[in-house]
Design a protein around this ligand. Sequence first.
Ligand code: ADP
Length: 303
Amino acid sequence: MHLSIRNISKTYPNGVRALTNVSLDIPPGMFGLLGPNGAGKSTLMRMLATLQDPDEGSIHLGELDVLSQKDEVRKTLGYLPQEFGVYPKVSAEELLQHFALLKGIPERGARREVVEALLRQTNLWEVRKQKLGGYSGGMRQRFGVAVALLGNPKLLIVDEPTAGLDPAERVRFLNLLSELGENSVVLLSTHIVEDVSELCTRMAIIDRGKILLEAEPLRAMTDLRGRIWRRVMSKAELPALEREHAVISTKLLAGRTVARVHSDAAPGPGFEAVEPDLEDVYFAAMAGRIGRRHEQPEPVATR
Ligand code: ADP
């Protein structure tokens, strides 16, 4: 199963152009869609989840036309939205049973088996009798995954799932996702670079509705080798540095400013070469230093 997105554009009625000519090819496995708040990630996720139509373009999941065969797509889709409500007074087990019935597993025994397997997979079996209102953020997200996994989806969409989780919950949640991406397409949208570097075999960077880069994270970091330079200095020196060099990011470290510069050759004294990480890839793409823009019109599949 392969997800193919071609020349998608979307302008909201208030005039905000949320997506411009977005094209992506997403093979089975974990795919990270990385971008800052407001980049257009949720807009794209909602389209893939058949909840919103683009103004232009086409989306195919394998043989299925996502825009015209919504019912078919929904049977094979799991979607964990950025925000979702749960019934606080119901237990995880009860609510999952209920969703399993809605998802079309009418036989009680089969339903029980599916629910147990999912609660175990998401590590919620021990707390299955607890009311959802008492769940922590991480437990709720894992419950959301259990719901999204009902019916063995071929496409699983998770929108900003780690925002608001504490570090331990986040690791547990990412471990859960990493086990899913073998046969199906798992699409993770996030503004957290580490989510992508830890999990995804492929990624795209999106900003202001446009795809800036589509790559394998490891390959993208290797491609930057020898081009990322680091300099530690006082904050006052930063403006001069920015005038002369392509500063892609700055950080504070024990009261000093650490700047990272993108340059094909050594920028001069005071700089040291560093091994690029995925944050360098992200900031270099955001600064327009690397990447390719999908600006050439591609043939739109007929519907
Ligand atoms: P992200 O998920 O990357 O934060 P969104 O897809 O939510 O980005 O938003 C992309 C842009 O579209 C933002 O400028 C946002 O304010 C705008 N937007 C999102 N949803 C709506 C809507 N329903 N009506 C109008 N503008 C919207």
